[in-house]
Unconditional design. Sequence first.
Length: 542
Amino acid sequence: ILTQLDLLQQQIPVPQWYSVLPAPIRVVLWVIGLPTLIIGLNVFRQVALPRNKNLPPVVFHYIPWFGSAAYYGEDPYKFFFECREKYGDLFTFILMGRRVTVALGPKGNNLSLGGKTSQVSAEDAYTHLTTPVFGKGVVYDCPNEMLMQQKKFIKSGLTTEALQSYPPLIRDECQEYFANTLGINPSRPSSKKVDLLHAMAELIILTASRTLQGKEVRESLNGSFAKLFEDLDGGFTPLNFMFPNLPLPSYKRRDVAQKAMSDFYMKIIENRRKGETDHEHDMIASLQGCKYRNGVPLTDRDISHIMIALLMAGQHTSSATSSWALLHLADSPELYESLYQEQRTKFGNPDGTFRDLTYEDIKECKLLDATIRETLRMHAPIHSIYRKVMSDIPVPPSLSAPSEQASYVIPKGHYIMAAPGVSQMDPLIWQDSKVFTPTRWLDEAGVAAAAVEQYSKSEQVDYGFGAVSKGTESPYQPFGAGRHRCVGEQFAYTQLSTIITYIVRNYTMKLEVPEFPKTNYRTMIVQPMNPLVSFTLRKQEV
Ligand code: HEM
């Protein structure tokens, strides 16, 4: 260090007093002085120098490059709401070298989720995270127009007929899991304390593989597949999002697992092509034979990578949602009882049992539907949706701060971020926005009903995967909006509804922690912390 300092000293003129200081003091001066100088200059630049009035205001930060990473990462919603107070619906923050412009509220959501492909790109924002996990050639590792067609192929695999076949399969998996894996059955102690998130993660992958992913994946879940999934999942973290390539073991394990999992799906496809017919009409079967508009068929590799993408897309989103929903139910015995009564009234048999739930029945369960909607309102699994800005975006005057003379421009090279969770929790839009109130969704005249109306029945647009309601200006967007809107929504609702119904029919629940679990924002998907609950078997198992 001293040699380096001496070299530096020869190049930078230093005062006489510095040269006579003892070496250790000189080191301490540099170690403390240099960062102080950098921080000081950064603060001075922000508070004393005039800023470009055409650019959105930048969130005040001390450390250049690192910016507001800690403030945002610790609790994104606290960050968004506090910044909105200070800067309005549009502001830029520094996130480890990236300049991220947050556009809040329905107008902000529209700006980023409804943006043109010439202006915003999801591929450029996400490919470094997703391609090493999903594999090449699909989703964000191909032109947007191909992704739109892939989404169309996925949708064509989720027909009403396919969805109708899922509830009985999901129910069987639930029965097996609760009775045998968790061991809550009449012959054993009929009550058990469990980590809900862990249990739901297991149940979601079991049920998704039994239905969408197919028999072969389900059969391998107890063996090699589970380990591959774990390693691949370890490559889908905020660290991977920030730093695509680090020389860490988890990155290596991710790459090995990606190759192995891709080969695993390839083998399934090959076997089926050779005449293996013992499988349901699952997604693999549906994707085989799909062709792009130009006549080029999906390759086996493409199918394998789409299957991995679907596995990853549905896993944490649905396990977090089911966990949050069940936590609220455990926290509210009255709501739990009302859901039980909904089941009894609609599907109860005189002998105390229930008839099996069908896909059509799910639509009849209004309170259940409202419970899932409300869960997604308060706990949208994805708190930040990023796009890379590909060409300057002029901001409509309604989003620029009223005090500013000029309208803002979000420059090429920035990221633009939507945070639909902010409008979903906005006290100006939702009455008692912080209170879990499923019944708000049953009130036709309520503000929530108007929001969902805007989301699901607004202008219909076909981005290339069938007509969907545009919904980019809705204050309720748990499944996103615009061209990147989720295509797994119906599957997720079927899966979540069937699992929750099974639990409500057969068990009572109790929170086993002193207060309602807080939120962990350090994972890609918003999850509950320490979600301990107990399940107790109702008198009669059904
Ligand atoms: C896209 C949420 C379940 C497949 C999205 C987006 C959101 C979302 C917010 C938009 C992302 C963006 O704009 O960048 C959810 C939630 C789920 C869920 C809350 C469950 C509660 C699923 C499931 C699947 C799935 C089960 C697969 C079966 C997809 C796909 C996309 C997507 C393929 C399109 C990505 C794109 O076009 O860029 N999801 N999702 N999702 N989701 Fe889901």
